[in-house]
Design a protein around this ligand. Structure first.
Ligand code: SI3
Length: 305
């Protein structure tokens, strides 16, 4: 069973200028996360550009996060999803063999599952490959087009029997479904939320864990937001939410994707993440200069957190 409270950074995948993995940077990266109170990572998801790397590279990446994170991080969750189920099973088997705390998968997006029962069958295939490792479903309907109700999925999983099922990473807009999932199943499974700039909207729904990209470089902000909410200081919590939304606003003004986000990570953290693996999402220097100014104007470098 996987139970995590607080922030889980959806980590970027550092590469060299030629696009090869740059695993050496990960030690420094982990120290940077820990210094912000971020002790859990989600590796190779959409932020980590998992789909742009080969199976061999994804395995190397998993091994590095596990070994470098040992004694520093609390949980390493690895995204093993992809187009091919046997490839995902291979990644799941590998992740289990090196001792990750959890695995996660998006649905297959070419041959899309038509309903919650089909998603449950997919999860069962990953359980077969990694029968000892907690498994999270990654709900991202806006990108995958697989728009099932999570309440239905949990019922289908329980009917089918997927002993490692541990919950759902929820990056969807249906907050009724999200609340019902927490209400009905929150004592058995975790439901980390995936829309950073809406964190304050889901804290009152009982959400206690969050997987997101901006926790990589604004971990202090979000940790303070959670603390303010817990202490009943809604004025401060709202101020911090507004700050998060200004930050994300800059990213969206530059056609948000994993590329601009990764380049902002390098800018803010001072750790060189390298370019995005896929060249079509790379921003040139002149654009990044503007991004820097806009982040400064949004008060991001000298903020209230
Ligand atoms: C679509 C997307 O990138 N969503 C992000 C958010 O953290 C997102 O970047 C943030 O809320 C800004 O919109 C995460 O949910 C993604 C994530 O966890 C992952 O990389 O797998």
């Amino acid at each position: 069973m996987l139970r995590i409270e607080g922030l889980i950074a959806a980590v970027f995948t550092p590469v060299k200028e030629n696009g090869d993995l740059n695993l050496d940077v990960i030690d420094q990266y982990i120290d940077h996360l820990v210094s912000q109170g971020v002790l859990n990572v989600f590796v190779g998801g959409s932020t980590g550009e998992g789909a742009s790397f080969s199976l061999a590279e994804r395995k190397q990446l998993t091994e590095k996060w596990v070994t470098a994170g040992s004694g520093k991080l609390q949980n390493v969750i690895v995204h093993v999803g992809g187009i091919s189920v046997p490839d995902s099973q291979d990644l799941a088997r590998h992740a289990e063999s090196v001792g990750v705390q959890g695995i996660s998968t998006l649905p297959t997006v070419v041959f899309k599952p038509k309903n919650a029962s089909k998603v449950a069958e997919h999860l069962k295939m990953l359980y077969d490959a990694a029968p000892k490792t907690p498994l999270l479903y990654y709900h991202l309907p806006g990108s995958t087009g697989v728009d099932i109700l999570i309440e239905d999925l949990v019922n289908a999983v329980e009917k089918l029997g997927v002993p490692t099922f541990s919950g759902v990473k929820f990056t969807g807009a249906n907050l009724k479904d999200f609340r019902r999932s927490i209400k009905l199943f929150g004592d058995k499974y975790m439901f980390p939320y995936g829309c950073d700039e809406q964190m304050l909207c889901v804290l009152p729904l009982g959400c206690r864990s969050f997987i997101g990209s901006t926790y990589n470089y604004a971990g202090h902000l979000y940790n303070k937001l959670i603390e303010s909410y817990k202490n009943g200081d809604m004025e401060m919590a709202l101020k911090l939410l507004d700050k998060s939304q200004s930050l994300v606003g800059v990213l969206f003004a530059h056609s948000f994707d994993s590329g601009i986000n990764k380049q902002v990570m390098s800018l803010v953290s001072g750790i060189n993440m390298g370019p995005p693996r896929h060249p079509i999402i790379y921003r040139q220097d002149d654009e990044m200069k503007k991004v820097r100014c806009e982040l400064e104007e949004a008060g991001f470098f000298n903020g209230i957190y």
